[in-house]
Design a protein around this ligand. Structure first.
Ligand SMILES: [Zn+2]
Length: 217
């Protein structure tokens, strides 16, 4: 049993396997039905993120979670009280808190056991560094830089939200909850590499059902 602790998201250059990383993984019933739960992300920007990067990042979080009937909204303020809202703060900061994890793009702290804190940290500067290694991003037009960095941040944050919603530090073999994404996957236009397994969907739905029911009592 691995020791629970801060969950690290690490993009590793050596594991890059191609533009879409193989076949579509098994997914947990994506649906076009209306959202059942709302996840509100309160963004706290300590990194002077350009607005387009922030919006592109949050847009990918929304696109990744929408098929599972979880609607993601974001603002710099906490939302009004609403029992259907799940609130997670997303803190953008310049550097990870520990300097020995150079490629860490986002992370979520866990308290003892499987109790995630309701705050996700992201390091946009790391995203630019990591995506620049292969793609010479700083030589590209600003709009493309912003899009790639925004996607890399958004997909990393979406992964950490998966840890929050499953209340688990575990990683999967496929999809959104893998331990490592390639640069190609982070930069790809599509999101086929960022799906949930049926087991993950079931775990999240059970947790949301019980926590939201508890909140309504
Ligand atoms: Zn993880």
């Amino acid at each position: 049993m691995p020791k629970p602790g801060p969950v690290l998201f690490v993009a590793v250059l050596a594991l890059e396997v191609g533009p879409t990383a193989g076949p579509m993984p098994q997914t947990g019933h994506p649906t076009a039905a209306p959202a059942e739960y709302r996840l509100h992300l309160q963004t706290i920007d300590r990194a002077d993120l350009p607005v387009p990067v922030l919006n592109l990042a949050m847009l990918d979080v929304r696109r990744i979670w929408a098929p599972y009937r979880i609607a993601v909204a974001w603002s710099s303020k906490a939302p009004d009280d609403d029992a259907r809202d799940i609130l997670v703060r997303v803190v953008f900061q310049q550097t990870p808190r520990t300097a020995d994890e150079p490629a860490r793009l986002a992370w979520i702290p866990f308290l003892d056991g499987d109790v995630p804190r309701d705050v996700v940290y992201a390091a946009p500067g790391r995203a630019l560094q990591v995506m620049n290694q292969r793609r010479r991003l700083i030589e590209k037009p600003r709009l493309l830089q912003e899009a790639i960095v925004g996607q890399a941040i958004g997909r990393s944050v979406a992964h950490e939200i998966g840890h929050f919603l499953t209340a688990s530090a575990a990683h999967a073999e496929t999809g959104l909850m893998r331990a490592v994404f390639s640069q190609a996957e982070l930069a790809a236009p599509g999101l086929s590499a960022f799906t949930l397994t049926i087991e993950e969907v079931q775990r999240i739905r059970e947790r949301l059902r019980s926590s939201v029911e508890a909140g309504r009592r």
